[in-house]
Design a protein around this ligand. Structure first.
Ligand SMILES: *Cc1c(COP(=O)(O)O)cnc(C)c1O
Length: 382
């Protein structure tokens, strides 16, 4: 075992997920039906939201959320540059302008003061990202948004299960968007969920997720429904299949246990890495329940003999997979050139990116694999 490659991420799927998928395949109903409806209800209850709308990805969820709040091409949406492509591209789907505000370097999350400074008369909404699964400072962000009349659409792709100041992520912003992509804390292969307490937003997201058709497709084909339907808007095709939802329901039931295992790994990492002045442990916040989707190790570059690239190469040579979260959006050609952005515009995001390495943290990791990662990191840091 010890000489085997340790991948960066491995999904935790077992016989219960396989059985659940088999039952759907045998039922004869594959697309969005009762299983997806059950998954929506159970997920919403778990995060304390009134509504859940299951969709095909978190990207789709954010697209629908921005449509539901009425985003137009004249609007601006403020978000963090420290995120994945999806967070800002959904703003561009409307022709609206993404406005970036810098992160708090202690957490990788949108800074509430940078957010407030970026507000203009055109600002419509804010998309906080809970990077790595550590909730952004939702008290401070909500306060800014309340004072300026801005909507909050959360990118919670990393943040299940997670909470801020005792409130579950999924119950705080106007709309919250989760991802069930293969690498995320719970997975359906590809998938996502919208949660909201707002009846109108939920209804609009549900409508637009399925062609703007006024009746759920599955009802049309059962004896409960009729053949008649109406197209009331040019919607999208963003529904989640029952096959995927069946996996999601099992993963949801296992989510707490899987997080417990990631927390154990995080504690082993912290204990080891605190001994090195080359390493900063992953950010945490005592007010939060962190999902521990990512363990975001940071190098003290003035003390390290290796730069970030060499450190990653060193880990690879020792058979350990890593990733970097994230290459900030303002450094990518599209955003850099379209909006004339420079690294110096977002100094904290630019600096933290240079020293970040995400190391393996997943519930299927064995203790001996955790030990190998610790030994390798400590060796390269030493
Ligand atoms: C993975 C991810 C997304 C996109 O999720 P999909 O379900 O793949 O669309 C959005 N935001 C962040 C921060 C992510 O890491």
């Amino acid at each position: 075992m010890s000489d085997h490659y340790i991948p960066f991420s491995v999904p935790d799927l077992g016989p219960a997920e396989i059985d659940a998928v088999t039952r759907v395949l045998e039922s004869g109903w594959l697309t969005s039906g009762q299983v997806a409806a059950d998954f929506e209800r159970e997920f919403a209850a778990r995060v304390g939201a009134k509504h859940g709308v299951a969709v095909s990805s978190c990207t789709a969820a954010m697209h629908l959320a921005l449509e539901a709040i009425g985003l137009t091409a004249q609007d601006e949406v403020i978000t963090s540059p420290y995120t994945f492509a999806a967070t800002a591209e959904v703003i561009r789907y409307f022709g609206a302008r993404p406005v970036f505000a810098d992160i708090d370097p202690r957490t990788f999350n949108l800074s509430a003061s940078a957010l407030e400074a970026a507000i203009s008369p055109r600002t419509k909404a804010v998309i906080p990202v809970h990077v790595g699964g550590l909730p952004a400072d939702m008290d401070a962000i909500s306060d800014v948004c309340m004072r300026h009349g801005l909507k909050i659409v959360e990118d919670a792709a990393h943040a299940f299960p997670a909470s801020h100041a005792g409130r579950m992520i999924g119950s705080i912003g106007d709309v919250t968007c989760f991802s069930f992509y293969a690498t995320k804390t719970i997975t359906t292969g590809e998938g996502g969920m919208i949660t909201t307490d707002d009846d109108a937003y939920a209804e609009r997201c549900r409508l637009m997720a399925l062609h703007g058709i006024s009746k759920d497709a599955w009802k049309r084909y059962t004896s409960e429904g009729s053949w008649y339907y109406e197209i009331v808007a040019p919607g999208y095709k963003y529904n989640l299949s029952d096959i995927a939802a069946a996996i999601g329901r099992v993963q949801l039931a296992r989510a707490t246990a899987m997080r417990e295992r990631r927390l154990e790994i995080k504690e082993r990492y912290d204990e080891a890495f605190l001994a090195s002045d080359v390493l900063d442990t992953a950010p945490d916040d005592s007010r939060c329940m962190h999902s521990w989707h990512l363990y975001m190790l940071r190098l003290n570059l003035d003390r390290s003999r290796l730069d970030r690239g060499a450190f990653i190469e060193g880990l690879k040579a020792k058979g350990i997979g890593t990733s970097v979260h994230f290459i900030p959006l303002h450094l990518h050609p599209y955003y850099r050139d379209t909006y004339g952005l420079r690294a110096a515009d977002f100094p904290s995001a630019s600096a933290e990116y240079m020293r970040e390495i995400s190391i393996p943290i997943y519930s299927r990791m064995l203790d001996e694999q955790v030990d190998r990662v610790i030994d390798a990191v400590m060796d390269l840091a030493g």
